[in-house]
Design a protein around this ligand. Sequence first.
Ligand code: FAD
Ligand code: NAI
Length: 499
Amino acid sequence: LWKSTLYLSLLGVSYFGYSLYRETNPAKTAPQATTFSNGSPRKTIVILGSGWGAISLLKSLDTTQYNVVVVSPRNYFLFTPLLPSTPVGTVELKSIVEPVKSITMRSSGEVSYYEADCTDINTKKKTVRIQPVARGKDVPEVPEMNLNYDYLVIGVGSQPTTFNIPGVYEHSSFLKEIGDAQEIRLKMMNSIEEAALLSPDDPERARLLSFVIVGGGPTGVEFAAELKDYVDQDLAKWMPELSKEIKVTLVEGMPHILSMFDKNLIDYAEKLFKKEQINLKLKTHVQAVTPTKVLGKNADSNKIEEISYGVLVWATGNAPRDVVKDLMNKLPEQNSRRGLLINDKLQLLGAESSVFAIGDCTFFPGLFPTAQVAHQEGKYLSTVFNKLHKIDQLEWRVQQQKTQNASTEIINKLQGNIKKLNDLIVPFKYHHMGSLAYVGKDKAIADIPIGGSNITSAGSFTFLFWKSAYLAMFESFRNRLLVALDWTKVFITGRDSSI
Ligand code: FAD
Ligand code: NAI
């Protein structure tokens, strides 16, 4: 038995070592010609974005079949499920990002990457306008440029919504990008250090130590949980008196938090928050934000309540990005304000033959703006492009045969094959794997569909499941290793209390 265990362990370690080596030492991809050896043109796919949808497509696409161009202002993929853990240092930011270069260098064919924002999409001319990101303060802006495409994949995600509530944009921090997490960290530390200089009876001290989160969806809940953990488990060691004064408040407009979860799990999370003294303000719809106060209308009393804050985190969901709004305005078929309308093959309504849209920038009934959906859509598109490549090759052959005056029988046969391949492009089908959320004090909730019903689970064991599920979701061994090390470090030494 010990021999088999030893062999298995050696096999595991070698596989792990090999995967890590492959990730950190990418092979050089050979430059690709614009035509294939048979003279047919290599079509260009432009992929907008480097998030869940775009990167999932890129990782599974056969990039030797196309001239692939990726455009994104973010030169890395961000593993968003662990972003709420980063402002308090449970997980380091570097551990949850994967550079685009490390992905493109490992793909089978050549992939070009532009660190740029797409500022305009012209589906008639089949072009996108891009604005390269200006790096550094005094660096002159690189002029905009146009890129042509045969196929376009829009995976630009969404931006945080403010519902145009006055003061939100100016005074709160979002939790969507790396920069947001860094900003929250800085504001938290500044608030704590400033408060430490004031006497305990100074009302300004109480304000500075009031951390308010608006939005009781999973982003707000997970961050509130992480924040309270940090205060109780780490700050309590270094600043015992001050940490007791810190108040964490979660404001939600609806009667309950985490509306997408099963009722039992909602109850569990709300009871845990109460026990851990996270101040839950339900049925409180925030209507305005000042530099020091949140003004929320309580649905029961119909009165406006003022909540003072030192740090305010705004997590009320998604809104379309400007480039998406512009595109929606240009196409009459796009008449939803929630996102790009697509058909069941993820083709953009109004530009079906050449444009696809995936992830949070889209709206399709039954598909929610989650990483799971975007990831599966990206994977699905790679299979579509595989078939489209074969169709394009056959269409090219049809044209060749026509110019050579080939018999109608040959042409009909080729066209029959094209039809068969087209029929093989079946609609996208989403497989929901379940929902998970961290609720604090090493506890998580899980709502998992099994067979026809849902299994719900909550507590410390579910937290272990949560951890292993997220480790498994990482496609990069480097990220898996770094996150596991971060968790181990926090377990042994606690979280860091400095910037
Ligand atoms: P994104 O992943 O947001 O990627 C969009 C990409 O487009 C980015 O690379 C961006 O830089 C780029 N981009 C933006 N503008 C432009 C432009 N003009 N031109 C070109 N590129 C552009 N979902 C889950 O299923 N489970 C979770 O546990 C979970 N946790 C989350 C935690 C947090 C804190 C947040 C904010 C979200 C979480 N989500 C989770 C939701 C999930 O992150 C999104 O649904 C997912 O990121 C959507 O993928 P996407 O590819 O559409 O967009
Ligand atoms: P969300 O849309 O899920 O939740 C936003 C919450 O804010 C809602 O409960 C809403 O009632 C509340 N709200 C809106 N305006 C308000 C106001 N003015 N005052 C008070 N409350 C207000 O947004 P979230 O959490 O950012 O998630 C976005 C997407 O990402 C969702 O699809 C979510 O499922 C997904 N996600 C999933 C996670 C997970 O599975 N663990 C973690 C984080 C996000």
